[in-house]
Design a protein around this ligand. Structure first.
Ligand SMILES: Cc1cc2nc3c(=O)[nH]c(=O)nc-3n(C[C@H](O)[C@H](O)[C@H](O)COP(=O)(O)OP(=O)(O)OC[C@H]3O[C@@H](n4cnc5c(N)ncnc54)[C@H](O)[C@@H]3O)c2cc1C
Length: 328
């Protein structure tokens, strides 16, 4: 469900909460479960995509506990139900402005305003898209943005990889475990990936390259069967028969809202470490908003749990501080 489908409550109101969680993907809902079980009555703002990226995924086969796999939507529904069972509230709303210079933090949304003692940012990220015909239609049916997630489905198949950076080459090398042949389509005549990765790719018998070319369309009957490509120098068009298309042309964290108040790295990910804290005490990050490396359901959920545990400790330490008499 998207926010536009949800009836909007236009009345302005300020709500005081102990824990506000931005994002309803695996990270946000796991943080909600843990803080709810600590009786902190967390509020989760869903953002525009209830359930996050997982809800766009047909089947998740690498989340433990589901030996036969589980539907992406089904999995986040279960996450949500479990968090709500312990007292989390899920609000169909999106943060539009944050004021983090003092506590309680002020967060404005489309429908109201929140004052939060602790903020857990779980706003996730989005893979960049090619935006060509067929891409959306075949996502989950041959079009993928994650070799770790979907490589298994392409045993002895032919796949096309799009991109020329480190991710594209690393993921192509990973795909060689399964696929029969990997054709890397790149819009330039050389790669941006590191030299060692390039050498590995050039020397791999399963990998070939289509240079100076872009994909203009992905087609098939019910599943991916071929891509149409165009040479950017000559304009010449041709097609590549394929069973799958893996797109690795960058990944964008949804963190623009925090650019003025929280330290981000050069790619926009929130700077953090094992503690999941940020440079603002009381503000934590979990999931892909702070993770350029692992980007999985299980790792995002794990970060949500860890950020929640840190937030619980932070609130406990604040309570202790408040009851300690000031001595002179
Ligand atoms: C097509 C596809 C297939 C995948 N397949 C797999 C797989 O098989 N296995 C696997 O482990 N991983 C898979 N992944 C990766 C996995 O989905 C992500 O790693 C995971 O969803 C990240 O979780 P997250 O909670 O950090 O962020 P997301 O899932 O990105 O969720 C972000 C949430 O933040 C909300 N949000 C954004 N901005 C705001 C705001 N301003 N205010 C409030 N809320 C906001 C969004 O609405 C959303 O609810 C796949 C990803 C894609 C795209």
């Amino acid at each position: 469900m998207t926010l536009s489908e949800v009836p909007s409550n236009s009345s302005e109101q300020v709500k005081k909460v102990k824990v506000l969680i931005l994002g309803s993907g695996p990270a946000g809902l796991s943080a909600a479960l843990y803080t709810a079980r600590a009786n902190l009555e967390p509020v989760v703002l869903t953002g525009m995509d209830l359930g996050g990226q997982v809800s766009l995924t047909n089947t998740i086969e690498n989340y433990p506990g589901f030996p036969e796999g589980v539907g992406g939507q089904e999995l986040v529904d279960l996450f949500q139900k479990q968090a709500e069972r312990f007292g989390a509230s899920v609000e169909y709303d999106t943060a539009t402005e944050v004021e983090l210079s003092e506590r309680p933090f002020k967060i404005k949304t489309y429908n109201s305003e929140y004052l939060a003692d602790v903020l857990i940012i779980s706003t996730g990220a989005q893979p960049n898209h090619l935006n060509v015909p067929g891409e959306k239609e075949f996502t989950g049916r041959g079009v993928s943005y994650c070799a770790t997630c979907d490589g298994w489905f392409f045993k002895d198949k032919n796949v096309v990889v799009v991109g020329g950076g480190d991710s594209a080459i690393e993921e192509s090398l990973f795909l060689t475990r399964y696929a029969k042949n990997i054709n890397i389509v790149h819009r330039r005549d050389s790669l941006r990936a590191g030299v060692i990765l390039q050498q590995r790719a050039f020397n791999h018998p399963k990998i070939q390259f289509t240079w100076d070319s872009v994909i203009t369309e992905i087609t098939g009957e019910g599943k991916v069967e071929k891509v149409n490509i165009q040479n950017v120098n000559t304009g010449e068009t041709s097609e590549i028969p394929t069973d799958g298309v893996f797109i690795f042309i960058g990944h964008k964290p949804s963190t623009q809202l925090f650019a003025d108040s929280i330290d981000l790295d050069e790619n926009g990910y929130i700077k953090t470490g094992l503690s999941l804290s940020t440079n603002v005490p009381g503000v934590y990050v979990s999931g892909e908003a702070g993770d350029p490396t692992y980007r999985q359901v299980i790792t995002s959920a794990g970060m949500g749990a860890a950020a929640a545990m840190q937030a619980i400790r932070f609130l406990e330490s604040q309570e202790v501080d408040q009851t300690v008499p000031v001595t002179t």
